[in-house]
Design a protein around this ligand. Sequence first.
Ligand SMILES: Nc1ncnc2c1ncn2[C@@H]1O[C@H](COP(=O)(O)OP(=O)(O)OP(=O)(O)O)[C@@H](O)[C@H]1O
Ligand SMILES: [Mg+2]
Length: 355
Amino acid sequence: MFGKKNGTVTEKEILAALSTVQEPELHHDLVSLRMIKDIHINGGQVAFTILLTTPACPLRGQMERESTEAVMAIPGVEQVVVKFDANVRSDERIVGRLQIPIKNIVAVASGKGGVGKSTVSVNLAVALAQQGAKVGILDADIYGPNIPTMMGLTADNLPDPVGGKLVPPMAYGVEVMSMGFLIPPGQAVIWRGPMLHGAIRQLFTDVAWGDLDYLIVDMPPGTGDATLTLAQSVPVTGGVIVSTPQDVALEDAEKGLVAFQKLQVPILGIVENMAGDIFGEGGGQRAAKRLKVEFLGRIYLDRAIREGGDSGRPVVALDPNNPQSESFQTLARVVAGRVSVANFQAAAAPQLKVI
Ligand SMILES: Nc1ncnc2c1ncn2[C@@H]1O[C@H](COP(=O)(O)OP(=O)(O)OP(=O)(O)O)[C@@H](O)[C@H]1O
Ligand SMILES: [Mg+2]
């Protein structure tokens, strides 16, 4: 019978066994994190579901092994089936401040132009969607919006507004919104401070975003007005800094980092992009170490990545088995894991005081 005493194995024993298994990133056990559900016991056969904090969980294999081992150690258990489900936890501040159904906002930025922010944003978004998350991408580069091109979309793909709100078109399983849909191609727009502020804010509030687990925000180059506006307009769950591998990248990464820190945006970590023969590798990793932030991963300089961007078919979507795609898939899992940790820490902080 489901979830009840049957034979010698009990739900209580299973929960006790699973309370010895840690969520490797959150450093708490699966039971106290309320990640165990649907325990089924049938004689010596036990099944349960681990409710992950992200479908892109990098450590599900480890949790599966460890929880199987723990439950198998209960006398009478002959077989263990572990299932997975996911419920991405929300950055509670977003729900409180804006009436938008978005659980987490992740800004991709750098201190410098042309390092691959948009490329990383696009492939990160598509990889998260492939892993089962609900994802949107917001092009906050309102001066030079190129997310539509990279996602293979044009203004023609923009549906008619519904209830006064813009409806984001979908590409590769990702909802996309950009000023690029609204500004005729080739037309330069001069944004003044308040207009810029309004425009970026409207991309959040005047767009009919779906229920998103993650909204990836592709930032314009530099650390100026747009970053300030973003941080003032919405609670940003975390910032991802993109850096190239050269050692000078440290300065740029630091600029990006400082800008976020000043605005109290948590830093998820640094991605090293364009690694390889020409630019070398390791600079991003060294920057992360020196700046004491997480190193999120390395993406190599590769023709398939550039061609994917130019042709509007991101490499992760076009060729998921390409080694570069695998790097982006890994990056997506790492970023999702860091978001879970950021939310967990934010939620745990006041509770710890009470205890
Ligand atoms: N890992 C990579 N391998 C090959 N080409 C890349 C890689 N990353 C980015 N590129 C290419 O480099 C160029 C700049 O990338 P991208 O537009 O993503 O940078 P950006 O930081 O968003 O630039 P901007 O600061 O202008 O917004 C693009 O042509 C892109 O296709
Ligand atoms: Mg860009």
